[in-house]
Design a protein around this ligand. Structure first.
Ligand code: CAA
Ligand code: NAD
Length: 291
């Protein structure tokens, strides 16, 4: 079912990462974004990350070139008509995702699996907006996709066993370790991660410590590879806020209330590393952290 072409919609940091690992695993990939420029930007990011892997001796130069040759980057959604599975990785907004899935549902063949990389939104509700809830599933990759081993696989209430088996097999083909969970707000990864990040936002908001100190304490004290504020900037503060709203609304507990400082920063357009400013400043969108 997942043989042949993989479609990826959204060529941001996650969509580009998913296209990267799928192409490297030998899949043909159609990578779609809203404009040719954005799709091209995603492809250039993949080229840069693959070249980094070549420099580190993890990927050979011919394998990089072959992987790049397997990716078509386009703004034309109709190019997905040949895909056996489409992974959606667009903005974390239920309405926008539902609109996209309605279009995809009428475009791709009836047997094609629709998967979402959502961080938190109900798989069951997204699936209910299509005519194929049995062939709809959550396939939650972690950031950065080429490096992180996990794919959280989330079954909606109507997801079939065949769809689940096909997606578990695909995740393994991509070199990942899939772990299954049920469809509850934030699933497992973000139900546990985001309250910790939110607590770090509150620590800064309440003047308990500076961002550098909060991050240093968690890195040196807990052996985390990144401090929580660096990680939040890396994920995207807009995405962090969207996930917290789903947790707060869906689980109904005030312990998930998004920190007002986070809300204000997102209102200001400070979306973290991808916008050039978050808890830290970067040398441009997606750039290196400035000291
Ligand atoms: N593509 C390919 N390779 C990459 C890469 C990318 N985008 N980003 C990093 N790498 C590679 C580097 O080349 C390097 O490879 P080697 O081990 O061969 O040297 C390796 O990853 C480590 O990178 P760096 O040396 O540059 O930097 P680092 O040691 O600080 O590691 C990191 C970077 C892997 C991102 C590490 O800081 C880390 O693990 N951070 C935490 C990431 C995390 O928690 N992710 C989950 C986020 S939450 C989520 O994804 C779910 C959600 O819904 C929000
Ligand atoms: P991003 O902002 O980097 O990229 C989103 C991309 O989607 C943009 O390029 C945008 O132009 C494109 N897009 C928006 N609407 C579109 C549409 N209708 N059709 C085609 N393209 C469209 O976001 P991201 O960090 O890559 O996150 C994407 C998804 O992955 C979200 O659902 C997010 O919650 C999830 N996710 C994010 C992370 C993370 O760490 N950032 C980790 C796991 C899952």
């Amino acid at each position: 079912m997942t043989q042949g072409t993989i479609g990826v919609v959204g060529a941001g940091q996650m969509g580009a990462g998913i296209a990267h690992v799928a192409a490297l695993a030998g899949k043909r990939v159609v990578l779609v974004d809203v404009t040719p420029d954005l799709a091209g930007k995603g492809l250039r990011g993949i080229e840069k990350n693959l070249s980094r892997q070549v420099e580190k001796g993890k990927v050979s130069a011919p394998d990089r070139d072959a992987a790049l040759a397997r990716i078509v980057a386009t703004a034309d959604l109709s190019r997905l008509a040949e895909a056996g599975l489409v992974v959606e990785a667009i903005v974390e907004n239920e309405g926008v995702k539902r609109d996209l899935f309605a279009r995809l549902d009428s475009l791709v063949p009836p047997l094609t699996i629709l998967a979402t990389n959502t961080s938190s939104i109900s798989i069951t509700r997204l699936a209910a907006g299509t005519k194929r809830p049995d062939r709809f599933i959550g396939m939650h990759f972690m950031n950065p996709v080429p490096v992180m081993a996990l794919v959280e696989v989330i079954r909606g209430i109507a997801t079939s066993d065949e769809t689940t088996e096909a997606v578990l097999a695909l995740a393994k083909e991509l070199g990942k370790t899939p772990l299954l969970c049920r469809d509850f707000p934030g699933f497992v990864a973000n139900r546990i991660l985001l309250p910790m990040l939110n607590e770090a936002f509150f620590a800064v908001h309440e003047g308990v410590a500076t961002p550098d100190a909060v991050d240093g304490i968690m890195k040196l004290g807990m052996n985390h590879p990144m401090g929580p504020l660096t990680l939040a900037d890396f994920i995207g503060l807009d995405t962090c806020l969207a996930i917290l709203k789903v947790l707060h609304g869906g689980l109904g507990d005030d312990k998930y209330r998004p920190c007002p400082l986070l809300v204000q920063m997102v209102d200001a357009g400070w979306h973290g590393r991808k916008s050039g400013r978050g808890f830290y400043r970067y040398d441009g969108p997606g750039g290196e952290k400035l000291s």
